[in-house]
Design a protein. Structure first.
Length: 401
């Protein structure tokens, strides 16, 4: 693993662009390789409701220093990697910066640009410009993309991979379907005054990428955590383990979303898990290993650990440690296939969430599908990811590189 990945949680300065590019591609490559080496895609997912033996009651921070002498010292949020990962926004979620958070949200929730009624320069019907084409229209397209910061170099009128990448990025940032085809809709927005430039890419602290290849530091504790039950009424959601915390903005969005669900007749929601400390995640791993060893006396510890990692994220690699992930369930039943699950998958992007682990993307995310696990990424990113069917790894690779 490149040292830049391991060190990133401790860095306070911005990462150079080249490291971002490398880590973006490396994530996908490493996930692919690790899949070849493991068999976790073949294992059936364990749903939170059926894995109660693995589920531990949240440990209060106060008990961290005692239990088993691991001497975990939660650090204040000064090491918050939110945004530092991408070289921005490392202060937004720090205590005492609530004003900055509010300002950032205002920007974050700016609706997608309404295309200006101004017609495109061409008066004849617009043809779709795509890879392999060349000519004056392509050159004009490149000049505009360059002006908006999506392309470098001298426009040459040849629609190659670089132009295609620039079109994809432009489309993603402007809330269009990012297919790399410059059709009438894309050109209309591109030549309008509402076109967003590359530096207007929604970069928020909510886009932190955590997976098997990009673990969080064991001391990482997010700032701005709130007790979920103090933010969302128990009429709307049951919090399975009292005292469960999550990021404030994400929790508020969760409350708005579940209220909308209840208003449309879909209720009985439960939060089985949200923020977990590194140590709590380690405890889930340990409990699972113990269970495997108890049920399979002939197994080695290594084998039990390997089996555990098929379904339980190693400590540091769970995005529950960010405070931005929730396990949404229905009390007493398996979540997959319920009307609540269907509603959640259909609507969560409207509130800034994505279903983080799907069967389709498991080779990219490195985790098997979890229908109950949603992740807050912010409204614009959620909509772009959903519109383009991108997982967070893809969003980071396409848009934040
Ligand atoms: Zn989860």
């Amino acid at each position: 693993m490149p040292s830049s990945m391991k060190k990133r949680n401790k860095q306070k300065s911005s990462l150079p662009l080249i490291q971002l590019l490398l880590s973006g591609s490396a994530v996908l490559a490493l996930v692919g390789i690790s899949l070849l080496l493991t068999n976790f895609v073949q294992v059936n997912p364990i749903e939170p409701e059926s894995s109660s033996s693995v589920q531990s009651t949240p440990i209060s921070p106060a008990s961290d220093s005692t239990a088993d002498g691991l001497a975990l010292t939660p650090t204040p949020a000064v090491n918050a990697p939110f945004g530092v990962q991408y070289g921005f926004g490392d202060h937004y979620l720090l205590p005492g910066n609530s004003t900055a958070v509010a300002e950032e949200e205002t920007i974050l929730f700016t609706p997608n640009p309404t295309p200006s009624p101004t017609p495109t320069p061409t008066s004849t019907p617009v043809k779709t410009l795509k890879k392999g084409m060349d000519g004056e229209e392509v050159k004009a397209l490149q000049e505009k993309l360059k002006l908006l910061g999506y392309m470098e170099g001298t426009p040459d009128g040849i629609f190659g991979s670089q132009t295609e990448d620039a079109v994809v990025m432009f489309q993603a940032v402007n809330g269009l379907i990012a297919d790399g085809l410059a059709g009438s809709k894309t050109l209309e927005v591109l030549y309008s005054t509402a076109a967003l430039s590359a530096d207007q890419i929604p970069k928020t602290d909510f886009l932190i990428l955590v997976n098997r290849d990009l673990p969080l530091d064991s001391n990482y504790v997010p700032s701005d955590l709130v007790d979920i039950s103090k933010v969302i009424s128990s009429d709307i959601v049951k919090v399975k383990y009292s005292g469960t915390k999550a990021n404030r903005t994400a929790t508020e969005a969760l409350g708005t979303m579940l209220q909308a669900a209840v208003n449309s007749g879909i209720g009985k929601w439960q939060i089985s898990s949200a923020y977990r400390t590194y140590k709590e995640q380690q405890k889930l791993v340990d409990n699972s290993v113990s269970t495997y060893l108890r049920n399979n006396p002939d197994w080695s510890r290594k084998r039990a650990l390997s089996a555990t990692y098929n379904t339980v994220a190693p400590a540091g690699t769970s995005e529950h440690q960010t405070g931005l992930a929730f396990d949404v369930t229905v009390p007493g039943v398996s979540f997959t296939g319920t009307e609540q699950q269907k509603w959640l998958h259909q609507h969560c992007h409207e509130y800034g969430f994505v279903v983080r682990f799907t069967k389709e993307k498991q080779e990219l995310t490195g985790f098997i599908a979890e229908s109950w696990h949603i992740r807050y990424v912010g409204l614009e990113a959620a909509q772009i990811m959903t519109k383009n069917n991108w997982c967070l790894e893809e969003y980071v690779q396409y848009v934040l590189k």
